[in-house]
Design a protein around this ligand. Structure first.
Ligand code: AMP
Length: 238
């Protein structure tokens, strides 16, 4: 365990005592590390990560009606309709594990989704929003180099976090896969959708307050520490 890991974990324990995490919204471009950071916060606070991308991919894998609609759109980097995504999130939020809070990852992604959140998420404490900032070229390397273990869900990168044996998971030896939307061509479309449709969401939460930005170019542990400190500050000031 590295020293930064120790300090990140310690900070997490202190926070667990200090705050009810409540609803947390992670914002940032595709590849900015929302999923990775959400998993760290899940580990520390025991609240669920609600990733609309993961929920949609599960629907595609199970061949549900929603999955059939989402599949083609996702392959092209286009958004699934607000109504369908809102309904999917509503069903997920009804599960009892969201009692102390939850981390929304990849949602809301459009202004109508954000307005739906404002009127439908009635938690005892208000939502806090954290935006992770990462440079565009770095995002492109993260996305096009990303490889996933289909078995244990670990994420590797052929440029910066390579497995010991190229193409195979270090933990369980499964052959790594690449998401069909993690190509440069599709990524450009995803970034355009982000700029056109998600930028207004960021402004919406910036104006509401309880909003912070963190530098996502730092190490994973450092970004986690920044996020936890920011949430603690926001919760103390609410
Ligand atoms: P992600 O895993 O968050 O990068 O999402 C992968 C894909 O799922 C996106 O490119 C969209 O096609 C779809 N998707 C995920 N979240 C949403 C959302 N909140 N609204 C609409 N489409 C979404």
């Amino acid at each position: 365990m590295t020293s930064s890991k120790v300090s990140a974990t310690t900070t997490g324990r202190e926070l667990t005592k200090l705050v009810t995490p409540g609803p947390i919204l992670l914002l940032g471009a595709p590849g900015s590390g929302k999923g990775t950071q959400a998993k760290e916060l899940v580990r520390l606070w025991g609240i669920p990560q609600i990733s609309t991308g993961d929920l949609l991919r599960a629907n595609v894998a199970q061949g549900t009606e929603l999955g059939k609609v989402a599949d083609a759109l996702m392959k092209e980097g286009k958004f699934v309709s607000d109504d369908l995504v809102n309904q999917m999130v509503e069903a997920r939020l009804a599960l009892p594990d969201t009692h102390n809070g939850f981390i929304l990852d990849g949602f809301p992604r459009t202004l109508p989704q954000a307005l739906w959140v404002d009127s439908h998420i009635l938690f005892t404490i208000p939502l806090v929003a954290v935006k992770i900032n990462v440079d565009y070229n770095q995002l492109l390397r993260r996305i096009t180099g990303r490889r996933n273990c289909p078995q244990c869900q670990r994420i590797y990168n052929v440029f910066m976090h390579t497995p010991k044996r190229a193409g195979y998971c270090d933990v369980d030896g499964s052959e790594l896969t690449q998401r069909s939307d993690d190509t440069e061509e599709v990524y450009k479309g995803r970034m355009k959708a982000y700029a056109d449709l998600t930028a207004p969401v960021i402004e919406h939460y910036r104006q509401q307050g309880r909003f912070v930005e963190v530098d996502g170019d730092l190490s994973v542990d450092e970004v986690t520490t920044e996020i936890k400190r920011a949430i603690e500050r926001l919760r103390r000031n609410q």
